[in-house]
Ligand binder design. Sequence first.
Ligand code: PLP
Length: 316
Amino acid sequence: MSLAKNPFIILPLDIKNQQIHLPVLEEKKVELFIKREDLIHPFVSGNKFRKLKYNIQEAENQNKKVLLTFGGAFSNHILATAVAGNLSGYKTIGIIRGDELGNDLEKTLVNNSTLREAHKNGMTFEFVSRAIYRNKSDVEFKNQLKEKFGDFYLIPEGGTNDFAIKGCEEILTNDDVNFDYICTAVGTGGTISGLINASDNHQKIIGFPALKGEFLVDEINQFVQKKNWNLQTNYHFGGYAKYNDALIQFINNFKKETDVLLDPVYTGKMLFGILDLVDKNQFAKNTKILAIHTGGIQGIEGFNQKLKRKGQQIIQ
Ligand SMILES: *Cc1c(COP(=O)(O)O)cnc(C)c1O
């Protein structure tokens, strides 16, 4: 398929910055806008589209027919790769953490909407133990995968590599130069790296890690030269996919008051952090903040299964 016709690469993008009105923003005279990257596609949303775009182009350049990548059982990246691959005519293989999930695939698919949707889009799964998954970068493991699946284009866990960062540099447009701060959630650090590279020198980029990630600063410094950024490490809520009642309540209130739905793993934590910093007078009057909605909405269904046992839910 020629690039110009690839329905994935030419997904129509009309991303808007939506102003958020909340009492705390009025009181502190801070303007907050959200870049609605979550609306790019229901399953290839936000930064996962940005990260896959040039990787798929590169797979095409290398004449590959198969995309192989890694992720957890609720991974936004796994589902995005499955759907993007399907749209672009690639076979996809997902190496999934948790060998117990492979014991009864039918049951796994009934219980897990992320994997169910990926499966519908033709993804082949290889479920591996946590120990093997931890060593997934080993040459030996890669060779085993080559033996089993033949030739493939490998996309790393979370999708982060040089091609991904090039894609994330396209999140910011010329109009965004008026913002004083650009905020994003951080997982592997690929998205924030693209934002830093694309930022203007007067702008500051703030990352909100979704996990306890002491390694993230070094990781990001591999991809960026500029120094106009920092990480706010107090808003991970205990670690990756960890949460508390306050976070769930915040996400539900935010939806009620702004009509913007946030995911509990990444964007909910970021917005909680931004508004907490506003409340604590960390932004001067008349500051303009742009927060990137990196997507992740598909993960709410799986998260709600966990919450249901405690009588809670995120209202979509
Ligand atoms: C994957 C993901 C992130 C993290 O992006 P990185 O580039 O890995 O830092 C943030 N938000 C959402 C919704 C994601 O799915």
